[in-house]
Ligand binder design. Structure first.
Ligand code: UDP
Length: 328
């Protein structure tokens, strides 16, 4: 089927494009290249430059594509996603993640595309009591990023009900790693996530890693997260998109590995592979102590399960970053 991928030049979007093509789908990428890279778009995908906030452009692209067959489903990856940045710039997050989605949904409806796959986040759960998050768990975000994604989820649910759409909302936990081809990975100027910062330190691009907070209410005092390989996550998108089109129903699913690692444990696993220096530092604003996915629903509904573990995540990110460095 023909799949429209908004944000297909970005980190997760570009991996979804690779997995969609591997599964035999036709792919149309729409991206404003603000953080994405043209080179990350697979050569077999058709590329259109455009902004999700520009509804007329979205409609124009969807109508142009209709000439060769209508788009069956849209995947929406275009969003801002840095927790600390959302704390300092909340309005930018509302603009992009809420208003951007509003324009995109309006464009999809106008062009009669009735299936949408949306990237949400574990940050909608806020500070879950036991740390394990079920899709039915309370949603009480503790930072603007999670707040905007929760608003977006609700918008999709109301709009879908009113306009006869089907959605697949995925709540991502901590996504990291790179495609096995090493052609794509997380390639950004301003990196803030744990895994790539560890690898940049191991590769000598940074002096040391700071571990943010060692006094959380966890066994070793550092925050616990659930890390999922980007290729496992991308594969779930292919299955989710196929499912909602085939079964004409909507889904809301966690995507993680179902296992939690503390920052200290991630550091230890990485240190055993690639030595690097680190120090303990103050807590970072907006960080919940513990976020672990319950992934039973995704396993059942999509017949999916993660194939790659923390070691493969670390190794693939290292290999990708090393390649970037060698290429200059
Ligand atoms: N973290 C850290 N040092 C860093 C970057 C992140 O200790 O240089 C911690 C961060 O405080 C959080 C965990 O690693 O507890 C995961 O953070 P990341 O930014 O990778 O993802 P998030 O969970 O915020 O989406």
């Amino acid at each position: 089927m023909k799949v429209f991928v908004a944000g297909g030049a970005g980190y997760i979007g570009s991996h979804a494009v690779y997995e969609l093509l591997r599964a035999g789908h036709e792919v149309v990428v729409y991206d404003n290249l603000s953080t994405g890279r043209r080179a990350a778009v697979h050569p077999e995908a058709r590329f259109y430059e455009g902004d999700i906030l520009d509804r007329a452009r979205v409609v124009e692209v969807l109508e142009a594509e209709r000439e060769t067959g209508a788009v069956a489903v849209a995947l929406h990856f275009a969003a801002k996603l840095i927790v600390p940045e959302s704390v300092t710039h909340p309005l930018a997050y509302y603009h992009n993640n809420v208003e951007g989605l509003r324009q995109m949904l309006a464009g999809l409806i106008e062009a009669d595309v009735r299936h949408v796959v949306f990237s949400s986040t574990a940050a909608v759960y806020g500070e879950p009591g036991e740390g394990e998050c079920f899709e039915e768990s309370a949603t009480l975000p503790i930072n603007p990023y999670g707040e905007t994604k929760l608003a977006a989820e609700r918008m999709i649910q109301w709009v879908a009900a009113a306009h006869g759409m089907n959605f697949c909302v995925f709540r991502y936990f901590n996504v990291a790693g790179a495609d096995a081809s090493l052609e794509i990975g997380l390639d950004k100027d301003q990196l803030t996530h744990l895994v790539p910062l560890i690898m940049q330190t191991a590769l000598g691009q940074r002096d040391r890693l700071s571990i943010f907070g060692s006094d959380y209410d966890t066994p070793d005092g550092t925050c616990i997260r659930d890390y999922i390989h980007v290729s496992d996550l991308a594969r779930a998108h292919v299955l989710g998109a196929e499912h909602i089109v085939k079964h004409q129903e909507s889904l809301l699913l966690n995507l993680g590995s179902g296992r939690g690692y503390s920052v200290r444990e991630v550091v230890a696993e990485a240190e055993a592979l690639f030595p690097f220096a680190y120090e303990y530092a103050a807590r970072r604003p907006g960080d919940p102590a513990r976020l672990i996915a319950n992934i039973q629903k995704a396993r059942e509904q999509l017949d999916w399960q993660p194939r790659l573990g923390l070691r493969e995540i670390l190794q693939s990110d290292y290999a990708y970053r090393k390649k970037l460095l060698e290429e200059g």
